[in-house]
Design a protein around this ligand. Structure first.
Ligand code: MN
Length: 342
């Protein structure tokens, strides 16, 4: 089989690899589409502390089960599936309390073991969620980023009365936006420094006055001008720069919640007083905790629309140019899919 292999930082190749055999409890999937994520670029650039090399990367993908290991129902062969990359031990404290996405023995497909940028990939059968045939396969490829949005919004909770603010109109910000606008129906402002990304935000359900270009308008002024006197009650940092948490804590309304998804190792300077005074809640969110069924239900009901953020489909043999595009053309790209053929 052909796979996209990162041998070491800054070294990427499409290479013939041995087709893996599904272990007991696993399925083998013939991959159809896979989404390129910022974290794949980080692995490629050597900025992911969890990865080991060489690695077949990719953790957002859809395909068809084409063989099964022992103890897996052979009737699943032929099923179209989206694969949750989060594999947990089931025994540690986090797993025992239903928080398996932070399992102490966590294994993530495409990070700790080989992932979905490959013609074939093996995964635990329970991680392979059936996709109804009427959902477009390209859309089903990016269940995972929507599961990230489902997870962080579940962590913070969403109230009917919330006024939300999302920092950053990249994939993560735009999936959170879709969830807030279309699943919960709350007012949600979103920031970016690129008008093209804010245009995508409008396609994802933002009203014209809910998009804020922070290159043109200071955020606090922009919110006030839009009638948000007391500050947002719910804030999501989908950028991950340390200064954003500092600003979010200042802007948040009393009793506000802040959802955090970043992986920066640079500290943010926050006085305890700022948190205590307004009794703010910080909700960190990593990957997703069994959110695939929720997202597949949203897809079936047409509440979330992956096609609004998919900007490119590229043959997987052209992965280098696809990475180039994703890394250097933020005005033109949002989610880039690799096409592994039918
Ligand atoms: Mn991702």
């Amino acid at each position: 089989m052909l796979s996209v292999v990162v041998d070491r930082p800054n070294s990427l190749a499409v290479r013939e690899m041995p087709t893996p055999t599904p272990a007991a409890g696993e399925v083998r999937v013939r991959v159809r589409y896979a989404g390129i994520c910022g974290s794949d670029l980080h692995i490629y650039r050597g900025h992911n502390p969890f990865v080991s090399y060489p690695r077949i990367i990719g953790h957002e993908f859809v395909g068809r089960i084409e063989s099964v290991g022992e103890r897996v129902d052979a009737a699943r062969v032929g099923e179209l599936v989206a694969v949750d990359p989060v594999i947990s031990c089931g025994r540690c404290h986090a797993c025992q309390i239903g928080r398996q996405n932070v399992c102490r023995n966590l294994v993530v497909l495409g990070v700790h073991r080989d992932g979905g940028f490959s013609e074939y990939v093996c995964a635990p059968a329970r991680n392979a969620y059936r996709i109804p045939e009427r959902i477009a396969q390209s859309c089903a490829a990016i269940v995972e980023p929507f599961a990230v949005a489902a997870n962080v919004t579940a962590r913070t909770g969403v109230l009917d009365s919330d006024v939300a603010l999302i920092y950053g109109a990249g994939t993560v910000g735009l999936t959170i936006l879709q969830v807030l606008k279309r699943v919960y129906g709350v007012r949600a402002f979103i920031t970016d420094q690129l008008d093209e990304r804010l245009e995508l935000a409008r396609r994802c359900g933002a009203q014209a006055d809910e998009t804020i270009n922070t290159r043109n308008e200071p955020l606090a002024d922009a919110l006030r001008a839009r009638g948000v006197e007391d500050g947002p009650t719910l804030i999501f940092d989908a950028v991950g720069h340390p200064s954003i948490l500092e600003e979010a804590v200042r802007l948040a309304a009393p009793a506000g919640r802040i959802g955090l998804l970043g992986f920066s190792s640079t500290p943010s300077a926050i006085a305890q007083q700022e948190l205590t005074k307004k009794e703010l809640t910080l909700c960190a969110s990593r990957l997703n905790c069994a959110m695939f069924p929720t997202v597949i239900d949203w897809l079936e009901r047409g509440l979330v629309t992956p096609e609004s953020i998919i900007t490119h489909k590229v043959d997987f043999r052209e992965v280098s140019s696809a990475f180039e595009l994703a890394e250097h053309n933020p005005r033109e790209t949002c989610k880039v899919l690799l096409d592994f053929g039918a």
